[in-house]
Each structure stands twice: as C-alpha cells, then as structure tokens.
Design a protein around this ligand. Structure first.
Ligand SMILES: [Ca+2]
Length: 160
C-alpha cells in the first residue's frame, strides 16, 4: 500500500519534469480578424473579402491574385505577442476556394520566405519554418506570390 502510493508520486514528479522541459509546450493561434483575446493580432492591406461558413473559427479572408494593385497594395499580416522563441510557424489551409499555386509567406522579419501551394496543400496545419528572433509574425508577401487564382488568409500559429 505504502509502496504503491510512493511510486505514483514518483511518476507524477517525473511527468511534471517531462512537461516542463518540453520545448514545444506552448501554442499561440492568431486567426484572420483575430479577437482581442488572441495571443497576437492580424492586419490586412488592400480589400480582402471576409467570408464565413468555412475555415478556422468558421471564417476566412480571400482575394484574387489578379486583382488590380495586388502586387503593390496587398498583404495579410499575423503578429504574435510572444518574443524571442525558437518557434515553429504554421498556416491553416482547408478551403477549396484557396487556389493560388505559389503563395509567399514571410517568416518573422528576418526568417525569409516559404512558398506554399494553397491549391494542393493538405487540409489543416501546414508547417512553414522554425525560426527564432525577437518579433514573431507571418506575412503573405503579395509581390512574391504568383498571380494566379485566389489567395486565402485563415489562421496561423506558432509553437515553442
Ligand atoms: Ca478563420
């Protein structure tokens, strides 16, 4: 009886130790049109159409990559409040109307560009890149995005 209880406490301590040293313990999700309670905020440049009925939290933004001014005047930006993390960056894609074949995602300020085919991306969280610097963000860079189909903006997340 005593031994059994002792072992349970030992397992519990080992469990806590495991979780506290897990480097990917936190997840911050910032959606399009993020709520004020989100662990970051989202911004848009240009006229992205707001739609519901699909997507993470049942909404998303979409724009044609061939719309006038797309290259120069459009962007979608997700910013995270977390700083200086070795963070894995992800974008959520699960929408048949997202058809752009080469969407350029800028990682943080200095993390470079990752290209995703929104048309063929698997439904759900798509990994972009792990990168560490003070400010964390994901930005759709329209200048580097191929001018075909529709570009969608839904949720993003970082884990660290
Ligand atoms: Ca959404």
């Amino acid at each position: 009886m005593f031994k059994k209880g002792y072992l349970s406490i030992l397992s519990l301590v080992m469990g806590f130790t495991f979780f506290s040293t897990n480097t990917f313990a936190a997840t911050d999700i910032v959606d399009n049109d993020a709520l004020s309670s989100a662990p970051g905020y989202s911004e848009q440049k240009g006229n992205w159409t707001y739609k519901t009925g699909s997507g993470y939290y049942n909404d998303y933004r979409i724009v044609s990559a061939t719309v006038n001014g797309f290259d120069t005047d459009y962007a979608y930006i997700w910013r995270f409040y977390a700083h200086d993390k070795n963070a894995a960056h992800y974008v959520y894609l699960n929408n048949k109307d997202f058809t752009n074949p080469r969407t350029a995602y800028q990682i943080d300020e200095f993390g470079g560009i990752v290209y995703i085919n929104q048309n063929t991306a698997p439904g759900g969280w798509n990994f972009l890149k792990t990168h560490k610097e003070w400010n964390h963000m994901i930005v759709i860079n329209t200048s580097l995005t191929t001018k075909l189909g529709n570009v969608g903006a839904d949720a993003t997340k970082i884990t660290y």
